[in-house]
Write a protein that binds this ligand. Sequence first.
Ligand SMILES: Nc1nc2c(ncn2[C@@H]2O[C@H](COP(=O)(O)OP(=O)(O)OP(=O)(O)O)[C@@H](O)[C@H]2O)c(=O)[nH]1
Ligand SMILES: Nc1nc2c(ncn2[C@@H]2O[C@H](COP(=O)(O)OP(=O)(O)OP(=O)(O)O)[C@@H](O)[C@H]2O)c(=O)[nH]1
Ligand SMILES: [Mg+2]
Ligand SMILES: [Mg+2]
Lengths: 278, 291
Amino acid sequence: LLKGKKIDEDLLNQLEEILISADMGVETSLKIIEDLKSAYKEGKLTGVEQVIDYLKLELKTSLKETKSALNLSTTPPTVILIAGVNGTGKTTSIAKLAYLFQQEKKKVLLAASDTFRAAAIDQLAVWSDRIGVEIVRHQPGADPGAVAFDAAEAALARQVDYLIVDTAGRLHTKTNLMKELTKIKNVLAKKIPGAPHETLLVLDATTGQNAIIQAKQFNEAVPVTGLFLAKLDGTAKGGIIVAIKNQLNIPVKFIGLGEKSDDLEPFDADKFVDALFA
Amino acid sequence: GISENLQNIFRKFSGRGHLTEKNIRDGMREVRMALLQADVNFKVVKSFIDRVTEKSVGQDVIKSITPAQQIIKIVQDEMITLMGQSDTGIDFSSSGPTIIMLIGLQGSGKTTTCAKLAKYLTKKSHHPLLVAADIQRPAAVEQLKILGKQLDLPVYSEALGPPPRICAQSLKFAAEKNCDVIILDTAGRLHIDQELMNELKEINQKVKPHHIWLVADAMTGQDAVKSAAEFDTQLPLNGVILTKLDGDSRGGAALSIKAVTGKPIKFAGIGEKVTDFEEFHPDRMASRILG
Ligand SMILES: Nc1nc2c(ncn2[C@@H]2O[C@H](COP(=O)(O)OP(=O)(O)OP(=O)(O)O)[C@@H](O)[C@H]2O)c(=O)[nH]1
Ligand SMILES: Nc1nc2c(ncn2[C@@H]2O[C@H](COP(=O)(O)OP(=O)(O)OP(=O)(O)O)[C@@H](O)[C@H]2O)c(=O)[nH]1
Ligand SMILES: [Mg+2]
Ligand SMILES: [Mg+2]
């Protein structure tokens, strides 16, 4: 990409296009390009080859500032609340986490707290059956908080290592639904001290700038401790997580790379940044 | 929003004669930012800005409005031209049932949209059949069956598939049930999964749908162009449905998808209920994107 080029306005425009096409957004891309210009003026960059390496290093360093390991409870169960807007991959991501923990020989319990969408409970039940983990479910239309309560009780009684709570997709613009999410979190917190230990916002890697607003609003309803970036096996780069890190300091904990239960990877900043420029 | 930003840029404008090249360049930089922030694809933005710049050069400043308003008018007009005329009509088959196939990326809202489209069609005195051709996603068939039951509409499904066979078999079932429209719900898939793209081609060959519509999420970012272009290249796409417009995403994907496929956005999903479905308004979308 950069062979035989010099560090000029043309190159910077090309780089800005790479950043923008990765969904980093105008503000973040501009800032990165400005940092690049300063570094050049300070003599830190003499050759074009150094530019990409410098960019990558800056991004990698920034993304590594936050911890991407899962928050674990000191005493089981570790409670993980899963949230996000409609269709991002929450239910499937829960299956992947359950599978991961299962592989680690941990005991997992799932809570089917999406009592609203057609066949949502059935969908999670198919996964729990396939993976071989238990599930707490009520009737469709039941109170999601009640499901969460029962699941928390069961998690304690059955002494599970992980309780993962599925919630209905919801747009952050719907105040009543965001209030419902807060209520689910409060139910878990009341029943299990320190719960939820991890609240993962599942983002669709194809989502654009709206992901920042999603992160902001969900973070106000329930403190978001991490992102699960799903559908990164597509052509979208998911660069929006850089903007989210800059503005909200929320780390990515996992990435989704497909539709099967083992299509999950813990977030690796180096791999992610290298893929941005691939 | 863009109006205030442009007003600020032109605050010191003298208010006479032509819009100078500098006026236009300053204004267009602001418009470019607004469109990128709205998730319009950067290549679409580039060619769009080139066109509106060309249209703006040398234009006489209309005495009664500010240069900011003039630039906005030029941009809005171009966006409305790009978004195209409203095209919400459905061509129904003159012999046999009209077959509509919904395709798209995972989670874009296809299954829900099938139900919405069915409801919309019954209001127009049609008798749709829903076909559960997604046998891959856990409980996808069940999802469509539940929606069908809520609407008191028939749903065709088979336990085993494969999807092209299910779609072919649904024609017989539609005849039995006197259905005049068949809506095929397909599994979400990546445009780069050639095996699954071939499955869509096979359905198309076997069943020859009259309409193939891409169901796309309004919050999609820069990638909208890549996926839409690929679906459009591999299949005879003739329409688009944009979902989740009840959110606060600016929806630049609408412009990107229209620009790269040329196909009309016919309907909008504006919520999770089966009635949250309306005909798409290109002009309303243009002002939403501009912000
Ligand atoms: N390619 C790909 N598809 C995914 C990934 N994660 C989820 N999906 C698919 O995305 C679609 C939606 O996934 P769900 O798990 O139902 O999403 P959700 O967020 O629970 O949806 P709602 O509950 O309706 O809001 C399904 O077809 C999944 O198979 C991923 O990492 N890659
Ligand atoms: N707010 C809102 N939600 C929508 C809209 N359309 C669909 N949804 C929701 O988006 C989620 C995904 O919808 P589905 O119909 O399952 O999507 P899909 O494309 O069939 O998913 P796959 O089959 O897995 O590819 C569900 O939670 C729907 O209720 C819409 O217009 N607005
Ligand atoms: Mg779900
Ligand atoms: Mg579906």
